[in-house]
Design a protein around this ligand. Structure first.
Ligand code: SF4
Length: 947
């Protein structure tokens, strides 16, 4: 045996460690057989010192990941490798009365340098060998890959126009050149892009119904100013790690924090109250609290009379809102009536869609009745009974949702419901934060409408530290991103930027030529419609299910998908910034229909995903530290954050701007060679594809390597980054506060002035400037009198049980995990070491033991739809009725190749198929049936004991 002194051991160990690490990480010359010389350490401290030597430090963040947190990091680069990250701290508090955002980050971000080098990283273009999904691949050159894709794409564009090609867009977008590249490319060839917001179950349709915008939010430092914070289906300790400190600081500052979740989650631990309703019963809880607020006169009548439709008159004979056309011959269908108690007369409310007065402000002499039942004389001379929406609401709540009734639905004691209601109403400001996780139930819209009602009755919407928040973004065109996406010449940019985003048709027109509604597209072309429309899966009040309503909506053109129903599905599919076969409930159906019939499926990604596995070709995208990009979002942190290029792309991977530039060049050459000049876009507009490369680059201004120029251009034309340059970002810690919120509307439902020394509070314009809301009534609209809402009894918010799904004993629930944003980290060894290392379901330990299931047993979760297998993790923190699966495991990580998404029928909700009612119509990220990846009923059986 060789004996080493301690010093020799340390030297040998340190040298070995460095050699091993370099062998793992170095990408400069992997074939070299020469080992680097051992560093000349003099003692063990030198080993430590070596770890802290860097060639340079670069500003970085995690761009194409759909993490909205936008954290600034310093990246430590040595010999062409990012060895580690460290949180940067460039953020300045909005003002001296508030805590700052520093530092921002999470464990996923801190391990990206390792993730980028992991075993599932794609480094070269690859073509499948053998059948799709067979897992056998051949490395090919970029020339081979691009010319094959260009040939097929030109074939298809020539034969079918843009509708023969589809970009399956996921949510992992950034706001810089890489996302702009894809948008610009598909815009220029006229191919549709899927609007994925509803497809991934992130569309807050209850926000659209009530406020006219699904996306409304402010900055997280406003949480600090709240007196009563309600984390409702929101688990910031896990899903908003960089911002969770504002909850704790608010509590330290005197706020009470309430966590409403069936499970005792990581945020409940830090709350004053944990309220644990049965899964899916949240609307009953919220409405019972509303009943208490109304019964005990804790509501704000003046606020309600001005800001909401609750004083509007409803005809109780038809259940329709009383319209001017009912009372005045030739009157408007979009003017609605108040009863003026002062003048004892009907008064046509200002600010409605049909009113010429664009204000919510009422004349001083007008005193609207909030509670009323009476008769009014119609244009026909007959009289009709009317009541205010508020009276109908009060009567319904008194009848159906007193705390005692809600207690039997929710499992929450009536005393606690009353206390919650009184505390909420009695707080100086009360804020419900209920974000994307709250969109994934069948009746999410009812839950959100009920939450907003509670915030509104108590006068909190539009107020500092109060209201209801669902998550918002800076408007896309405000970032110059849309300018780069557009197929228009960049010279026309000025015209584009001048378009009003407030105009409904403007919103539709702006994006209709680029996007198709994704849930509906997959219902029609992805094999999901049959089950989603099945009567057995949806609202039991619909004997024929949602299918006839989907048919009607399609026939009326409410969801303008392309190709149209009945036409062949696209021949060429691109998957970009997403992983549709993982994130779609029953993604295997999309695989067996849309993917199966396609001639060519191309995935662009930095790692192997489920969708990549089922593709014909994979093009390797550069990792986040290997390309330049930016992120910004007004929710949480109002900063532009730079993700600079720290190292060269690994292997032969390429930044997307370069990749799409080259593909555009190939397509342009191929089209020119074949003499094809112009094709039709999927909306029938002309698109010139000859010499596409020149159009893509704007005649060479933005060539394949001009990513910094593209980013500088985006910064220069975006109002949010006005006056900010790339050099500024580099010099100032990688993040600079935005200068404006950009144009409003779309994904930016903020509607407030912006001040750089104040937190962002959404919806202030409606309260402070008396601007009408972008709804039919011009107000927070709680009463929807569309026939389908009336048919289902959903004209006002109410509680409905989730669809039964076969009478199984458990409800499938989910949430984001602490160890992965989406699928990217799901197979990351460092993160897997912090969990069980494979997919697990969480079960209540008492319930599991009663069924003979022990911790880590293999179980089968099943219902009428399908089944999947996973290990059981037993915990007392889970509600007895829950089967809880954390987000984003890839199907291939499960033993049978089927994930928990396989058991979700994801029924279409009929009220979300409405497309012809004021503000309820499809537009990009506005209104469409959400996919419902949770909320189905399941049963659990043990398969085998823990090995
Ligand atoms: Fe921040 Fe998101 Fe990166 Fe984590 S993954 S460090 S939260 S940007």
């Amino acid at each position: 045996m060789v004996r080493l002194s301690r010093r020799e051991f340390l030297q040998a160990g340190a040298a070995g460690a460095v050699v091993l690490s370099l062998g793992h990480l170095s990408c400069s010359d992997p074939t070299s057989s020469e080992l680097p010389a051992a560093p000349g350490y003099s003692d063990w401290r030198d080993v430590y010192r070596e770890r802290w030597r860097w060639d340079r430090v670069v500003r970085g963040t995690h761009t194409n990941v759909n993490c909205v947190s936008s954290c600034a990091w310093n990246l430590y680069v040595r010999e062409g490798v990012v060895w580690r990250e460290e949180q940067s701290a460039p953020y300045v508090a909005s003002n001296a009365s508030l805590p700052d955002w520093n530092p921002r980050g999470c464990q996923k971000g801190a391990s990206c340098s390792d993730l980028m080098l992991g075993p599932t990283r794609i480094q070269y273009p690859m073509r499948r060998v053998g059948p799709r999904g067979g897992g056998r691949w051949k490395r090919i050159s970029w020339d081979e890959a691009l010319s094959e894709i260009a040939n097929t794409t030109v074939d298809v564009l020539a034969a079918r126009g843009g509708e023969g090609v589809l970009c399956e867009l996921g949510p992992n977008v950034d706001y810089g050149p890489n996302t702009a590249a894809a948008m610009r490319f598909f815009g220029q060839i006229g191919a549709p892009i899927t609007d994925s917001m509803a497809q991934i179950g992130d569309l807050a349709v209850g926000g659209t119904i009530t406020l006219g915008t699904p996306h409304t939010d402010g900055t997280s430092d406003d949480w600090f100013r709240s007196d009563y914070l309600v984390l409702w289906a929101f688990n910031p300790a896990v899903t908003r790690i960089p911002d969770a400190h504002y909850v704790h600081e608010a509590r330290y500052h005197g706020a009470r924090v309430v966590c409403i979740a069936p499970d005792y989650n990581q945020s409940a631990i830090h709350s004053d109250f944990w309220i644990s309703p049965r899964p899916g019963s949240d609307a009953a809880l919220a409405l019972a609290a509303c009943q208490v607020v109304i019964e005990e006169n804790l509501y704000q009548p003046d606020y309600l009379c001005e800001q909401t439709d609750l004083p509007f008159l409803v005809r109780t004979d038809t259940r329709r809102l009383l319209r001017e056309s009912d009372v005045v011959a030739g009157g408007s269908d979009e003017c609605f009536a108040l009863w003026d108690e002062a003048g004892d007369r009907l008064y046509w409310a200002p600010g409605t869609a049909g009113s010429d007065e664009k204000t919510l402000e009422l004349p001083r002499a007008v005193r609207p009745a909030l509670e009323l039942r009476r008769e009014v004389v119609l244009a026909s001379g007959q009289s009709a009974p009317v009541a205010t929406a508020f009276s109908l609401l009060r009567e319904r709540l008194d009848r159906e949702l007193r705390p005692e009734s809600a207690s039997t639905i929710t499992g929450i004691s009536s005393d606690l419901i009353r206390r919650f209601a009184r505390d909420f109403a009695g707080a100086g400001s009360a804020l419900i934060i209920s974000q994307w996780g709250s969109c994934k139930n069948y009746h999410s819209d009812l839950i959100q409408r009920s939450q907003i009602l509670l915030a509104s009755l108590t006068g909190n919407l539009g107020r500092v530290g109060g209201g209801w928040r669902s998550g918002a973004f800076v408007a896309l065109d405000g970032m110059g991103l849309v300018a780069m996406q557009e197929q228009l010449d960049i010279a026309q940019l000025g015209l584009l930027m001048a378009r009003s985003f407030l105009d409904k048709e403007g919103v539709r027109n702006q994006f209709e030529h680029m996007f198709v509604p994704s849930t509906i597209f997959h219902a029609v072309h992805g094999g999901l419609g049959e089950l989603a429309g099945d009567a057995a899966q949806g609202d039991p009040a619909l004997p024929d299910g949602a299918a006839p309503y989907l048919q009607h909506a399609l026939q009326e053109g409410h969801f303008p998908i392309a190709p149209a129903p009945g036409e062949p599905s696209p021949d060429v599919l691109f998957s970009f910034c997403g992983n549709v076969l993982r994130h779609a409930p029953r993604g295997e159906r999309i695989r067996d229909t849309l993917f199966k019939s396609a001639r060519l499926v191309v995935t662009i990604d930095f790692r192997m995903s489920e969708t990549g596995r089922q593709s014909d070709m994979i093009l390797p995208a550069a990792g986040w530290y290997e390309k330049i990009g930016i992120k910004y979002i007004a929710s949480f942190v109002p900063y532009i954050t730079l993700g600079d290029r720290a190292v060269a792309p690994r292997g032969e991977s390429k930044p997307e701007w370069e990749l799409f530039s080259n593909l555009a060049e190939q397509i342009g050459q191929e089209a020119t060679r074949r003499g094809i000049d112009e094709v039709r876009s999927f909306r029938g507009e002309p698109r010139r594809i000859a010499n596409l490369g020149a159009r893509f680059s704007d005649d060479g201004r933005f060539g394949p390597d001009a990513q910094e120029d593209v980013l500088s251009f985006i910064l220069s034309v975006s109002s949010a980054s006005s006056g900010v340059s790339l050099e500024d970002l580099r010099a100032e810690g990688g993040a600079i506060r935005i200068s404006s919120l950009g144009p409003e509307g779309g994904t930016a439902g903020i509607y407030s002035d912006y001040e750089t020394d104040e937190p962002v509070v959404p919806l202030r314009d409606f309260l402070e400037k008396k601007r009408p809301y972008p709804t039919l009534s011009g107000r927070q609209q709680f009463y929807i009198d569309h026939p389908w809402f009336l048919m289902l009894g959903e004209e006002l918010p109410l509680h409905k049980d989730p669809p039964a799904g076969g009478g199984r004993p458990f409800t499938l629930t989910g949430g984001h995990t602490r160890w992965s944003v989406h699928a990217m980290w799901r197979d990351h060894a460092l993160m897997l070491r912090l969990q069980r290392g494979e997919p697990v379901i969480f079960l209540n330990e008492d319930v599991a033991r009663a069924r003979g299931i022990a911790d880590h047993d293999l179980v089968r979760v099943h219902n009428d739809v399908d089944s999947f297998e996973a290990r059981a993790k037993l915990t007392g923190a889970i509600h007895p009725s829950q089967v809880h699966v954390y987000h984003a495991w890839e199907p291939y990580q499960f033993r049978t190749g089927k994930s928990h998404q396989a058991v979700s029928p994801s029924p279409l909700k009929v009220t979300q198929l409405v497309g012809d009612y004021g503000h309820l119509h499809w537009a990009y990220a506005h209104y469409e049936p959400n996919q419902v990846p949770r909320d189905t009923r399941v049963d659990v059986q043990k398969i085998e004991a823990m090995a």
